[in-house]
Every structure is written in structure tokens, then in C-alpha cells.
Design a protein around this ligand. Structure first.
Ligand SMILES: NC(=O)c1ccc[n+]([C@@H]2O[C@H](COP(=O)([O-])OP(=O)(O)OC[C@H]3O[C@@H](n4cnc5c(N)ncnc54)[C@H](O)[C@@H]3O)[C@@H](O)[C@H]2O)c1
Length: 456
């Protein structure tokens, strides 16, 4: 999909490119852009029309799987035929939401055996992603698998292999990578709008019980309504425990902690924007400071990541933080910092901040300007805006829609998705290594291109 770019905007971007080059010698592109506004709309061209019906099924019909399904049903020509979940309440909700004729089951292989299912959405907890995704592709289904793609660093290669061997479309669900905001950030970085990248950071602050994974437990939760035996069939066997089923994120057998749940989104976006394969060194620290509710994962986590220089980007550092005991609650951001400015990136907005540009009387600087073609560098200039906001146009359907549409379109055209298994593994790996570093109290070394652990 391409953005609509009216001529004036193209002109603006062209100037932006020129400005970047100029910025390298100390002046600014923006000085030349007398018409520029500190605000721009990001636009998406209209969706590709449906040319064949795609039948989908949902496996794991909780919060996110249901959300993904609702988004998929907005894409023209998509029909939901079946839903699988291990808890009766979710199956009843699915019928209420999508119609009594939807086939429901607790056995995901029944879904995979159905001839009328083209693609499945895997919305289970993390520890089931790998097995269900591989079984689905081997059964001939395309797969939209929620993030993180895998539950442990060892699980990635088998999904990549299954995707390559089956040729099925496989997309991981970090929706931001298909958003207008991420696309604009990539374009800006490439055009040199922040100069040379040297640092990136991301942050989440949360506080409320549900935000920090203390979900309500349904009154009817019991071994009669939950298929607990199947739930733990691929991990440690334990007696029925409703918390481990409905609050699975707090336990390492099922979830991947703050890093797998949240950092992974930022790795996906960062890798999309920079073209990076991932960091070479991962170090984490943190602790359990407040939520002593039996959880096995920290509620404050800091990660630092060293990205080496490669063809796509210079060497840079990344710092990620997550705090579940933060009184400010609700703050989240991804920022890229370069030698000439910085940008704050979300799915539907990018705020570009530039160095304050000032004129200098330094002879070296003036000579550089002369060499760059400025015949009268002493003359005062028009000053550029120091901050520019790029915001999604009204009616933008958002990253989640674009990401799902990207998946459905790839199925129809036998095309490519933004976040395939290799991309998904490269995004999940540093998040999972962050956990490994935290629990083992050592830095982890990773070859992001070959996707293998290295010795320190
Ligand atoms: N992309 C995003 O923005 C985003 C947001 C939230 C969650 N997620 C991801 O989505 C996944 C689900 O998270 P959630 O918040 O919806 O959890 P949830 O607990 O609300 O839903 C998970 C559902 O899976 C079912 N389930 C568990 N094991 C199953 C199995 N073997 N077969 C079939 N069903 C099974 C559970 O009964 C439950 O209904 C996680 O991997 C999470 O990381 C992604």
C-alpha cells in the first residue's frame, strides 16, 4: 500500500531530504522551506478490494484473539467459521458475538482438520504459539500468530522452517509495523531527518490491577468449565489453578513477562523503522517491588541493548523500561535519537524534534556553508520549525487494521507480509534474552543475522 502524496507534500519531503544533507554541515533544510507547517497528515490509500472470500478460525478466544477477529471481519471478504478455546465461557461469548452458527470446540486440531478454514488466528497464551502455528501450517492453513512469536529462544527456528517448507503466509501480531506512524518514521530516518541514529528508548508506566495482569477470574471457573489437562499438556503438569489459567502472564511456564509482552512491540517497530536485525548484546535488571501476588515475573524491568553497525544502520544503543508500580500510569513511548534531532513514534503519529538551529559566526562553519553553495552565509536566514507533528488523517483505520489487511492481502495475492516468521523471531529473541539475562544475572550475546546465541 502506498500513501497518497499530494504534490506540495512531495515537495516538502524533497526539501526535507535536501535539508538533511545541509544539516550535516550545520545548516538546516528547514531554513529553505518557507511554506513548511509544523503539522502534516499521514494518509493511507483506500483498501484493496476483496476478490475472494477468506474463511478464518480463531484459536484462543480471549481478549486479543477476539480483538484480532473483529478487526479481520472488517476486511472485505473475510468470514469467521469456527472458534476454539479451552474455557466454556469464551466459546459461549464467541457465539453471542459472532452468531450461533459458528462452530466451537476445545480441540484446536478439529479446527485444523476443517476443509473450510483458510487461515487461523492464534490468540492463545505465549506458550502455545509455536505448537499450534506449526501444526496449522503443516495442516495447510495460513497463520496470524500473536506476539511474541515464541515462548523461549529455542522455539523460533522450527516456526521459520515450517513457514519455509509449507509456503504458508505467516504473520506475527505486532500491529505497529504496518501502521502509518511506523512507515513515516522509517521514511524520516532514511531521509536523515534526525541525522545519524545513536540511541533509542522505550518506556511503559502502568499501575492499575488489570493493567498489571490481575485479571478478574470468572465465577464459574472450574475443571468442569476449563480444559486444564490440555492447557498444561505441553508444560509442567500441576493441579487445576484458576490464576495460572486466567492470569497466565504472571507465570513463566505460560507467559514471557514484561519483555515478551511489551518490549517485543518496540523491537518490532524499531527493527521495522531502522531495518535492523536486532541487538548483539542484551542486559537486564529489575525486581519485584510491589505486586507480591504470587507472580514469578518482575514488576520493574530495565533492559539495555547494543546494536552493532551494519548495512542498514550505524551502531546504536537501546534502553527499554517498564514499571508496573508507576503512579503516573499510562505513559508509553518509543523515541529515536540522532545527531540532528529525535522523533517520538506511535502507530498514528510521529513528532519530529530538531536541534535548535542558530547562525554562527565561526569562520570554519561559514566556510563549510560557502562550500555547500551558500554565496552569502553571513546573511540572516528564515528559521525552520523546531518540532513537526505528522498525524494520521481522520478516518485512518489504524495499525491493527493495516496489519490484518496486510495478512489477508498476502493470502489473496500469495504475497509478502511485514512481519513474517524470521522478522517475528528477530523481534521476540531480544525480549526473551532480556528475561534470560534477568534470571541468570548475566549479559546475553546474540548474533541477530544468523539468529544464534553467542558466547560472551
Ligand atoms: N498484539 C497486541 O497488541 C496484543 C495485545 C494483547 C495480547 N496479545 C497477545 O495475545 C495472546 C493472548 O493474550 P490475551 O490477553 O488475549 O489473553 P487471554 O487470556 O485473554 O486469552 C487467551 C485465551 O486462550 C485460551 N487458550 C489457552 N490455551 C489454549 C489452547 N491450547 N487452545 C485454545 N485456546 C487456549 C484461553 O482460554 C483464553 O481464552 C498473547 O500471546 C498476548 O501476548 C497481543
Amino acid at each position: 500500500m502506498k500513501e497518497n502524496q499530494e504534490p506540495s507534500r512531495r515537495g516538502f519531503l524533497k526539501k526535507l531530504g535536501t535539508a538533511t544533507a545541509a544539516a550535516a554541515i550545520g545548516t538546516s533544510v528547514f531554513a529553505a522551506e518557507r511554506q513548511s507547517k509544523p503539522f502534516e497528515y499521514l494518509k493511507r490509500s483506500s483498501a484493496i478490494s476483496a476478490n475472494s472470500q477468506i474463511n478464518i478460525a480463531l484459536i484462543g478466544a480471549g481478549g486479543q484473539g477476539s480483538e484480532d477477529t473483529s478487526v479481520a471481519l472488517k476486511v472485505p471478504g473475510v468470514k469467521l467459521v469456527a472458534v476454539c478455546d479451552l474455557y466454556d465461557g469464551r466459546l459461549n461469548d464467541a457465539k453471542k458475538r459472532w452468531g450461533a452458527d459458528i462452530y466451537t470446540t476445545k480441540i484446536y486440531k478439529e479446527i485444523l482438520n476443517r476443509k473450510d478454514v483458510d487461515a487461523v488466528i492464534v490468540g492463545t497464551p505465549d506458550f502455545w504459539h509455536q505448537q499450534i502455528s506449526i501444526d496449522a501450517m503443516r495442516a495447510g492453513k495460513h497463520v496470524y500468530c500473536e506476539k511474541p512469536m515464541v515462548h523461549s529462544i529455542t522455539e523460533g527456528p522450527a516456526i521459520i522452517k515450517a513457514q519455509q517448507e509449507t509456503g504458508k503466509i505467516f504473520q506475527v501480531g505486532s500491529q505497529g509495523v504496518s501502521s502509518l506512524g511506523n512507515e513515516k518514521a522509517r521514511e524520516l530516518l532514511k531521509s536523515g531527518a534526525i541525522g545519524q541514529l545513536n540511541y533509542a528508548e522505550g518506556f511503559w508506566a502502568r499501575r492499575g490491577p488489570v493493567e498489571v495482569w490481575q485479571y478478574p477470574i470468572p465465577a464459574d471457573a472450574s475443571p468442569q468449565t476449563v480444559d486444564w489437562e490440555t492447557y498444561v499438556s505441553n508444560t509442567h503438569k500441576r493441579p487445576f489453578d484458576e490464576k495460572r489459567f486466567f492470569r497466565w502472564r504472571n507465570y513463566t511456564d505460560y507467559g514471557t513477562g514484561m519483555a515478551g509482552d511489551l518490549f517485543v512491540h518496540l523491537f518490532s517497530s524499531l527493527h521495522f523503522v531502522t531495518g535492523s536485525y536486532g541487538p548483539e548484546k542484551v542486559y537486564a535488571s529489575g525486581g519485584l517491588r510491589f505486586w507480591n501476588d504470587g507472580r514469578e515475573v518482575p514488576d520493574v524491568l530495565l533492559g539495555t541493548f547494543d546494536y552493532g553497525k551494519n548495512a542498514a544502520h550505524p551502531a546504536f544503543n537501546l534502553s527499554l523500561r517498564c514499571n508496573f508500580v508507576d503512579g503516573t500510569s499510562g505513559t508509553t513511548y518509543l523515541r529515536l535519537v540522532g545527531s540532528e534531532g529525535a522523533m517520538d513514534i506511535t502507530w498514528d503519529k510521529v513528532v519530529l524534534k530538531r536541534n535548535k538551529v542558530f547562525q554562527s559566526e565561526d569562520p570554519f562553519y561559514l566556510e563549510k556553508l560557502r562550500q555547500a553553495g551558500d554565496t552569502n552565509p553571513e546573511r540572516k536566514k528564515m528559521m525552520p520549525p523546531e518540532e513537526i507533528s505528522f498525524e494520521a488523517d481522520k478516518g485512518y483505520l489504524g495499525g491493527p487494521y493495516d496489519h490484518m489487511n496486510n495478512f489477508i492481502t498476502a493470502i489473496r495475492n500469495n504475497g509478502k507480509v511485514t512481519e513474517d516468521a524470521t522478522f517475528g523471531y528477530r523481534a521476540a529473541a531480544p525480549a526473551l534474552l532480556c528475561n534470560d539475562s534477568y534470571y541468570q544475572n548475566v549479559p546475553m550475546h546474540w548474533d541477530p543475522e544468523k539468529m544464534v546465541l553467542k558466547r560472551g
